[in-house]
Ligand binder design. Structure first.
Ligand code: AMP
Length: 454
């Protein structure tokens, strides 16, 4: 199958060819013909599968016919959970729409209103928006959706996760009933299906295998870590490997991301943080520097890195495991993109065992455990698919390596031993063995505000 098979306009085909695409990806092969018929669609596909073109190309084709409804509101509206994803969708729309004269722009929280009001002051074809700010414009009356022909809910599951469900409902209720609605989601849980029931009309369903199949080119490994300082030693060892060209290191909290980035920079690495407390300008600049190779190690939180599309990421390192299994799949999908291979390495401490089990259940396999000479863990994690508990091996000094520690402390905040060599088998568990990542999900609402409020 080629793009010529889709009945797209010559201008769109030319733009697609200019992007270097020759063959449609599976999600494009399945979605584009359906979307072109005007039907509603719910598709399970992750970022990295080419899903953006799967909705942008038919949207562009739709725009080749003029609107019959007078007004200024957008004809196509794409809602995304984060500003980063919105920026990527906008970039894709601009690339694929290169030859088609379009007026498009984004409506994002954290960005100046002035430009957005200017965008909305004349008829607009495509708007990519985060729900909070779009609703804000709707409530102020600066945007109307009476001309809307196609509504795309991109990463719908994540929008729900981030507490956008009410905002989405209000937006949808302001949209015409006669519209095409497309929903893309990485997971198809009950809440997503409920949302689809409310917002979609007799949708066609496409399920692309979301679990491991799209990650066949990614080698996944696991390292058991005794403590925070052990995690740092493992990390230092891995990042000194020359095969690591560019890596995203995921930490549980924004504070940890900052601190790790600072420590790594001090060590002479080209490292930078990426998280929701940074303003949009700083986030864009960091991503651009990563793209250009000025940053080799990006220390990121989940929300900020979602949908991040940077090619040539050789490694993803889960310094802290994600609490949600789906996030694991998203994280590792930052590498192994566009046919390249990649390596995903996860560290797990005893306090994260339940997260590991959840991930392994979700992906349907055990992550193979590896040891690095001189950095082997002193603790043993006993895990089983579908349940299990941390192994509680007595240390030679009688300590208990599986013992959980103080709650609520930031992980990187506890560590001071970035440069300290590890004493192999020193036998004495210390405070750091109680490393308990404070997981970012707790602050998703707050993060949402950071991402999407003015
Ligand atoms: P997406 O899932 O939309 O974020 O796309 C992931 C990456 O795949 C992006 O870098 C796209 O530019 C690229 N891509 C999308 N469609 C194709 C295609 N048909 N052939 C090659 N690369 C593609």
């Amino acid at each position: 199958m080629t793009f010529e098979d889709f009945n797209l306009s010559p201008a769109i085909l030319k733009a697609v060819a200019a992007c270097g695409y020759t063959t449609p990806t599976p999600i494009q092969q399945q979605s584009i013909p359906l979307v072109m018929t005007g039907t509603d669609l719910i598709a399970t596909a992750q970022t990295g599968t080419g899903k953006t073109a799967a909705f942008v190309l038919p949207a562009l084709q739709r725009l080749t016919a003029p609107s019959e409804i007078p007004g200024k509101g957008p004809r196509i509206l794409v809602l995304t959970p984060t500003r980063e994803l919105a920026a990527q969708v906008m970039d894709a729309a601009r690339s694929y729409g290169r030859g088609s004269r379009l007026r498009c722009g984004s409506i994002l929280g954290g960005m100046p209103y002035r430009e957005q009001l200017r965008l909305l002051s004349a008829p607009v074809d495509i708007i990519v928006a985060t729900p909070g700010r779009l609703l804000d414009h709707l409530e102020r009356g600066s945007i109307r959706l009476n001309r809307l022909e196609m509504l795309v809910l991109d990463e719908a599951d994540r929008m729900l996760d981030m507490g956008f469900s009410e905002d989405m409902e209000k937006i949808v209720s302001a949209a015409p009933k006669e519209r095409q609605t497309l929903m893309f989601t990485a997971t198809m849980g009950k809440t997503v299906l409920k949302l689809a029931e409310k917002m979609l009309n007799n949708p066609q369903r496409i399920e692309l295998a979301v679990r491991t199949s799209s990650h066949e080119l990614i080698e996944q490994r696991l390292h058991v870590a005794d403590s925070l300082s052990h995690k740092k030693e493992l990390l230092r060892h891995l990042i000194n490997d020359s095969s690591l060209t560019r890596a995203i290191i995921f930490s549980a909290t924004k504070r940890d991301a900052d601190e790790l980035a600072r420590e790594l920079s001090r060590e002479g690495h080209k490292a930078a943080p990426l998280h929701g407390d940074m303003n949009q300008f700083a986030r864009n600049k960091t991503i651009e520097r990563m793209r250009k190779g000025a940053i080799r190690l990006l220390i990121a939180t989940d929300v900020a890195a979602r949908g991040l599309d940077v090619n040539g990421i050789s490694h993803v390192i889960n310094f802290d495991l994600p609490r949600f299994a789906e996030d694991y799949v998203h994280r590792i999908g930052r590498t192994g993109r566009a046919g390249a291979s990649g390596i995903a390495i996860s560290f797990v401490s005893s306090s994260e065992l339940s997260y590991l089990e959840r991930i392994e259940r979700f992906i349907g396999k055990k992550l193979p455990e590896q040891n690095i000479e001189g950095l082997a863990p002193l603790s043993v994690l006993r895990r089983v698919l579908g349940g299990g508990a941390a192994g509680k091996r007595k240390s030679p000094a009688g300590g208990n390596y599986g013992k959980p520690g103080a709650k609520g402390k930031s992980s990187a905040g506890q560590g001071k031993s970035w440069g300290t060599p590890r004493k192999a088998n020193s036998g004495r568990p210390n405070k750091e063995q109680a490393h308990q990542p404070v997981v970012e999900y707790r602050s998703r609402r707050a993060e949402r505000q950071a991402v999407c409020t003015p």
